[in-house]
Design a protein around this ligand. Sequence first.
Ligand code: FMN
Length: 189
Amino acid sequence: MDILEFIKSRRSIRKFLNKPIEKDHITKILEAARWAPSAGNCQPWQFLVVTNKKKTNKFDPFFHQPWVLNAPAVIVVLAAPDDTRKRYGHDSTYFVQDCAAATQNILLMAHGLGLGAVWVGAFSKEAVRDLLDIPSKYEICNLVCLGHYKADDEVILDGERISNKDKRGRKSLGKIAFEESLENPWTAG
Ligand SMILES: Cc1cc2nc3c(=O)[nH]c(=O)nc-3n(C[C@H](O)[C@H](O)[C@H](O)COP(=O)(O)O)c2cc1C
């Protein structure tokens, strides 16, 4: 598939089948994560894969996001800020961008394997830290819920019905891209 079509065909999947993910698929997803770019190639990340539902059921104690509960696997993306700061100084936040790049690779690799995934930023970091004994030297960035899925399934998110198969729209290029100056919207060539 053309790479742009591949990127455009990925979408967040929030309803998963109750079926475990093959370990070699998770390994490939982690491989994709580790080949993300990072500032100075510091690679300030750690990935913790959790399949134990007794644990993942407690990641979102207010149960706003059932997909955190029904995902057969959740990857907890952790940043190691010291890895970045040793090189770039105490105020550097490059690790945030690095972990975001790794997370996007996770989403794309999952898509390439025919698996569904959703990036989750809203959850209880305190609960995750306690449950998984994550040392304070790591910052908890985000979760990625992973699983097999049926395209026809759907969930309700903030009152909106979201199907696994529907694309969520994007702002047009003319509104977000410019040529030489912010006065000149990009025109397709
Ligand atoms: C930083 C970040 C945080 C997100 N947090 C959540 C979240 O907590 N729950 C959720 O269901 N989706 C979350 N998403 C997924 C977005 O809602 C989704 O990517 C967006 O609506 C576009 O839809 P698409 O991924 O299907 O193209 C997050 C995405 C990003 C990049």
